[in-house]
Write a protein that binds this ligand. Sequence first.
Ligand SMILES: NC(=O)c1ccc[n+]([C@@H]2O[C@H](COP(=O)([O-])OP(=O)(O)OC[C@H]3O[C@@H](n4cnc5c(N)ncnc54)[C@H](OP(=O)(O)O)[C@@H]3O)[C@@H](O)[C@H]2O)c1
Length: 281
Amino acid sequence: MNEKTVLITGASSGFGMLASLRLAAEGYRVIASMRNTEKQTDLFRMLGEHKERVTVLELDVTSPESIDGLKEYLKETGRIDILINNAGFAFGGFGEEVTVIDYKSQFETNFFGVIAVTQAVLPHMRKQRSGKIINMSSISGLIGFPGISPYAASKHALEGYSESLRLEVKPFGIDVALIEPGSFSTNIWTTGRKVSSIEDSPYLVYMNAIENELEQGKEKLGNPADVAELIVKLCSKDSLTKLRYPAGKGVRISLFLKRILPWRMWESILIGKLLGKKTEL
Ligand SMILES: NC(=O)c1ccc[n+]([C@@H]2O[C@H](COP(=O)([O-])OP(=O)(O)OC[C@H]3O[C@@H](n4cnc5c(N)ncnc54)[C@H](OP(=O)(O)O)[C@@H]3O)[C@@H](O)[C@H]2O)c1
């Protein structure tokens, strides 16, 4: 059995909950953190015999008090081997119309939240001279799609932060890596997603085309258990030799095409897919 301790954020649903279940089954000690601990019921119902391996910790990654609580907890418990920065949500809307407040709130969770949790954990990993930090990015961390610039910007920021951090903490024996999923069937598309909607928006046709595309793509969404499995695989490795771990159908090919195609061709494919031949609104 594996005695390593894993802290995971956003363990109340989706990838976070599934990874907590799988890691507990593999023998890890799991600190399943969530901002609303009343949501632990589903997790505990599914844990069965592995219940004793999981501790639920209240943690809202945007709350300084909550981060102080995490620091206190870590002071008492000591060892932490793996951090999975998973908590996040997706804010959609067009750049002209999303308020700066909404952009900031997207960054508070998806970017600054990751930094705050990482800063709480790093002193422990540095003293141990070992650890893994796995940041849940997205294909949107490498490709900007229309209608989700708050989300794409927050995940692009996470990519840059993680790349630098990896180089900073590697000499202390700590590995930083990114998981970059495509589209998977979790709550992010329903309860997790927020969209800025403006009546009479000049972008309405575009927004409807995107919503339509999302609706049609629902059946093709990946199984989130695959991402949980990737998390387990990365946790079990001696070291994370790569910075980026893409996940899901079509992700690698999309990243490859973006890299090799001339920009003009790439953007006409993306816009054409949504608006057809109508390239002007
Ligand atoms: N599903 C996909 O297709 C996909 C693709 C690429 C990347 N991702 C990334 O995967 C991660 C997990 O998302 P998911 O797909 O599993 O969606 P999900 O089921 O909606 O899970 C999101 C989790 O984050 C938590 N969370 C949100 N804000 C938080 C905060 N301020 N503090 C602490 N926890 C917070 C949610 O808690 P509540 O239950 O309290 O809301 C929930 O547990 C996110 O970072 C997301 O960007 C998802």
